[in-house]
Design a protein around this ligand. Sequence first.
Ligand code: PMP
Length: 423
Amino acid sequence: MEDCDRGFDLEARLGILEDREQRRTLSPVDRVAERGYFADPVGGDLPVLDADEALVFSSNNYLGLTDDQRVQDAARQAAATVGTGAGASRIITGDTMVHHDLERLLAETKGTERALAFSSGYAANVGTITALQPDVIFSDERNHASLIDGCRLADCEIVVYDHCDPSSLRDALETRAAAAESTGGSVSATAGAGADADTGDEDESWLIVTDTVFSVDGTVAPLSAICDLAEEFGAWVMVDEAHATGLYVDGGGVVQAEGLADRVHIQMGTLSKALASQGGYVAGSDALIESLLNEARSFAFSTGLAPTAAAAASESLHLARHSEAREQLWENVAHLRDGLETMGFSIPGESQILPVVVGDQRDALAFADGLRARGIVVPPIRPPAVPEGESRLRVAPIATHDRDDIITCLEAFRTVGSELGLL
Ligand code: PMP
């Protein structure tokens, strides 16, 4: 027993990475430093960051609304009238009108009966999938970690299909349907139904889950084809619109852009990207939301979303529905995509996320360093976030970048790309 060590060798785990240098990332505070949030803190107690000028081209603040006076005022007003925190779970005493206003606006935007706000998008995904307890989940191979974790925690059968590939999804559904048939089961059109209590039928519940806009690939899921397949096989569809919410028609996501609200059963997203706040949501039928209220553990056993965050998200959503920021964003995206492609980079996908895939992770690091030296912040994305050999720079313009910013960014890409021999 004396030699026995049942502790955690964290040094060894860290050592798995090739060297410490590789773990180094750019400071996450670059953006706040640039905007000088802490430059003159109340009471002078907070540390003052070096206000190093930099243009961030990899933020999820897609509409630039974190800086918007109206959004900031909404948060301030909620703090002053409702309080800074919910104080308890929503099902205990943490429920406020600010939450309900947000949920009404989300449901209206998403074209659903109801919506429910969670304290994060991660909590929304994990809570929803575990509450539904599907028998089988069909999951795109590049889905976000929070969807994957939800699938794992739901303790169900998980079938992974090729990225954005309806024929791979069809194969997976057919194979699984044949297996169900051979054992006498069938698919239930009601996710989470499991065995039918009245008839004793061994109905299985199937759920297809996919991001709509993929955060490091920039690809957009073939949603209409996925809905066709779901209907053919009797499965439900759940989408993660984290990187799409607020950016498409009337402030909606890809579901709204493609007119699929009545064919997608669960629309999930975050409040933390284009909506410039913090938190997540699920939108769907009255029955879905009612069951999540009762059964999503990450909702019930977690303090309610802060009223300040809910109010900021409501104001942002209102602005996303009615403002010109969306058009400005898509104009910037087109300009940047065009410039990068003209240089010879091939940019996959068709969203606001423009991945410049350089392959080797050392090249990605060197590229990011070169850009940073020229005042452009685009952190490298490396394994395990992407497969080996697919390291990249995830370029994402925002609505508040102006023409000069885009040109500065493109010039930096041209210079650094040529210096590294990647053009
Ligand atoms: N889904 C996707 C696709 C995401 O990119 C993220 C956040 N990176 C989440 C869910 C989790 O959202 P949140 O940050 O609000 O927890």
